[in-house]
Design a binder for this molecule. Structure first.
Ligand SMILES: [Ca+2]
Ligand SMILES: [Ca+2]
Length: 368
């Protein structure tokens, strides 16, 4: 960190040498916060570089809810499922893992009214803008089937739990038993049943349609997780609609909220070379007045502000501004280092908080 005054007074035709004034600075305060968004930026860039990966995992970048209402399916009977979501091949629901090669990323039927009887992967809906994703089976479209989704922990912290909610919606009642179970996985292939998410048995009855009819709302928490940064987590819904005389079931209104462990606190060692008094000559710019070093370990740190004290024999009008620069090394360059703030008023001796400060991340293991 370098502090430098910059003389920008109007040039005078005949420069008059003023007596040198002594100006001394001492950093008296700095602020730090944890930084997690670097990881978010990097993962976003990675996704941008691989546009073909439409089925890539959904990034959990914080503790806000991640939702999916499937309404973007529209009324297409070949609509692609949302990014990160997959459907098993017909009849392959029980054995399907997230990376099973036969998995599909589009529906093959849609219905918003009427009495559809063809089995398939359904884009269900009550209107063109209210959709759900699911199945109805038949003699030619085998049971069971599954929907899966993958998430990546991009929070930079350990995820310790989830709050999850979703709805099962029935679009067709029929004489065959129907139920949906819910499982979770850390690898997308070994699934652990979570009974909190199961639909229970849908009542059977003679064939009839409603868009939608019975809705089963699920809302529950998953705790005791240790999901490290950058690791993946998977959810699976197994639809058992018994084959023929199938009921038509959809999944809708999914919401996932992560709970994270308190992030590691960065360890910051401040070393401040003695702020030796120095004399400034009129007209000089980018004169280093003081430097302090921040050695960061354990976790990334973000410098969010700097306040200094100045003292000496100078007066406010001797300076045009004071600048706070960041350098990743120990030599100052106004062309390659980062200007974090410029203070151009009230420059007399005393305390100066640098205004409109540009936050500066110092990654763990680095000194800036
Ligand atoms: Ca919906
Ligand atoms: Ca709905």
């Amino acid at each position: 960190m370098f502090l430098a005054p910059n003389r920008i007074d109007n040039p005078k035709p005949i420069p008059v040498k003023k007596p040198n004034h002594q100006l001394k600075t001492t950093p008296i305060n700095y602020h730090r916060t944890l930084s997690k968004w670097v990881l978010v930026v990097l993962s976003s860039l990675f996704l941008l570089m691989i546009p073909g990966l439409s089925w890539s995992q959904i990034s959990i970048s914080g503790t806000s809810a991640i939702t999916q209402n499937f309404d973007d399916l529209g009324t297409s009977n070949t609509a692609s499922v949302p990014s990160g979501w997959k459907m098993s091949a017909a009849g392959a629901g029980t054995t399907a893992g997230y990376s099973t090669s036969g998995n599909l990323t589009a529906v093959n039927l849609q219905a918003s009214s009427g009495s559809p009887a063809t089995g398939g992967r359904y884009n269900w809906g009550s209107s063109s803008s209210e959709r759900a994703l699911g199945f109805m089976t038949s003699g030619s479209y085998a049971n069971p089937n599954a929907i899966m989704v993958a998430f990546k922990n991009s929070t930079g912290s350990t995820i310790t739990g989830f709050s999850i909610s979703f709805d099962y919606e029935r679009y067709r009642i029929n004489t065959a038993a129907a139920s949906v179970t819910f499982s979770r996985s850390t690898n997308g292939s070994t699934w652990t049943l979570d009974t909190s998410g199961q639909s229970g048995s849908f009542a059977t009855g003679s064939s009839s349609y409603s868009f939608p009819g019975t809705t089963v709302q699920k809302s529950f928490s998953v705790g005791s997780l240790t999901l490290a940064p950058d690791s993946l987590y998977y959810f699976k819904w197994d639809f058992n609609t018994s084959g023929g005389s199938s009921q038509g079931i959809g999944l809708d209104n999914f919401s996932l909220t992560a709970t994270t462990a308190p992030a590691a606190t960065p360890n910051i060692e401040l070393s401040s070379p003695a702020a030796s008094a120095s004399n400034l000559t009129e007209g000089v710019t980018n004169q280093v007045l003081s430097r302090f070093d921040l050695a960061v370990t354990t976790a990334n740190a973000t410098l969010t502000g700097v306040t200094i004290n100045t003292s000496g024999t100078y007066v406010a009008s001797d300076l045009s501004n004071l600048k706070c620069w960041y350098s990743a090394d120990n030599s100052f360059s106004s062309s390659t280092d980062a200007l974090l703030s410029t203070k151009s008023s009230s420059l007399g001796t005393g305390s100066h908080a640098f205004p409109s400060f540009t936050n500066q991340i110092i990654a763990s293991g680095n000194t800036g």
